[in-house]
Design a binder for this molecule. Sequence first.
Ligand code: XMP
Ligand code: MG
Length: 187
Amino acid sequence: MGWYDADIDRVIITEEELRAKTAELAKQVAADYASVDGLLLVCVLKGAVMFMADFSRELGKVGGPPAELEFMAVSSYGQGTTSSGVVRILKDLDRDIAGKHVIVVEDIVDSGLTLSWLLKYLESRSAKSVDVVALFRKPEAIKVPVPVKYVGFDIPTEFVVGYGLDYSERYREVPYVGILKPEVYQR
Ligand code: XMP
Ligand code: MG
């Protein structure tokens, strides 16, 4: 039992489902990029950190090209929990991405505003190609059409935590993905 189990109303995606889906996504990417000599994975902190760790290892195991791991942190200005599309870079890439095949490793695409901004930014830095792998997508919430080539799970428009996703910086270490009990928000 984890300290968090009592706070979870219901589990949406189990550890086993996360593992299987990550392997499936890695196989697709490895097949599509079989002819390139290297990939640059860009993880968007902090939510995608677990997925980045598992996806990158899986990609190597299934015969994908050598990967470089890069991390970015951005914050979307907005009222409360809705993102506005105005994005501020908190941590930029450490290296030049010009001429590289980039894959953005995202936790969740909600409105798509953050990702849409990020794709324009990466393209402006002259990446050779840019694709996106997102573990989760909330289909009803998409405000801007954003090309996400690889999607793990389509989930309902509800707030989820676990496997990197937080509520108030907590629950990131939860090994599965779930929905919190309403009382947690009243504390
Ligand atoms: P966009 O711009 O697509 O923002 O609206 C996506 C970002 O919003 C966060 N997000 C969530 N975080 N549980 C979370 O912990 C959720 O259910 C959730 N929905 C969106 C997340 O940081 C994502 O990158
Ligand atoms: Mg968050």
